[in-house]
Design a protein around this ligand. Sequence first.
Ligand SMILES: [Zn+2]
Length: 309
Amino acid sequence: MWNPFRREYVRVVYSSDYIYGLPSVGEHQTFDIMRFKKIRDRLVKERLLTRRNILSPSLCSYDEIRLVHTDIYLKRLQDPHYVSQILRLDAVNMFYNSILEYYRAVTGGTLLATAFALHKNIPTFNLGGGYHHAHPDRAEGFCLLNDVAIAIEKFRSLDRARRYLIIDLDYHQGNGTLLYFQDDEDVFTFSMHADTWVEVDRPHNLDILLPPHCNDAAYMTILKQELPSVFEEFCPDVVFYIAGSDPYEKDAIGDMNLSREGMLERNLFVYRLVRSRDIPLIILAGGGYGKDSWEVYYDFIAYCLKNKR
Ligand SMILES: [Zn+2]
């Protein structure tokens, strides 16, 4: 039987800048600031992750941010009151600049992951990213920069790929990305989520509202029914997968009932669907809250690294 994991080393994008801005935020709003460092450290400890597999990004530039976001919004991001309000901090945070630098670092990571995946056709994970609620002129839902939209704008301006598919399986609808690309026939958004933030009736997306308290079987039935035909109809050149961990039953915000095994099954289903077609794949972490959330993305990356050639 064909095994997509047998013939490729996956790569992981991470840098110490990913935690640089966040210690000042603390454990606010159930966001585990050490989530991605825990994943990296465990992968290293288990000897799954070596230097060969780690790619280190630089901060994305302001010109890259301007590919999607407005100048007025960029100015607002320099205002600590605005940033504190978006992140629901109790007081104005004196390290607001480092918070913006965190988002620039992770967006730089999504850009690096995209460049690598397109150039080498090797699946690349970013230990962060998938800030799908951010709009060109405003932040929403803890998302300051829309890293996926920035990456798509950048790489199509370089003529590196034409048709982009976003598979968004975060617990929350990717409303920012969906609205931004709603009239764009070269970008298709597939989103399965528990709550709908915006209604968009356009041909370039498939938006699925899941029933309450969805379990493994119900979730996988819908995913297997709905996702494969998107590949035949849209024919993507590249896929961004926002592998949100918040449908996990132990998530501190979500109310879905997907087990740890069910989350891995979901992630591997998407991975195999994309890679069996030999399409470049970029994987972003998306949401995930509470102390157990990191396990889900860890399992996914560890599985891919263990099954490498
Ligand atoms: Zn989410």
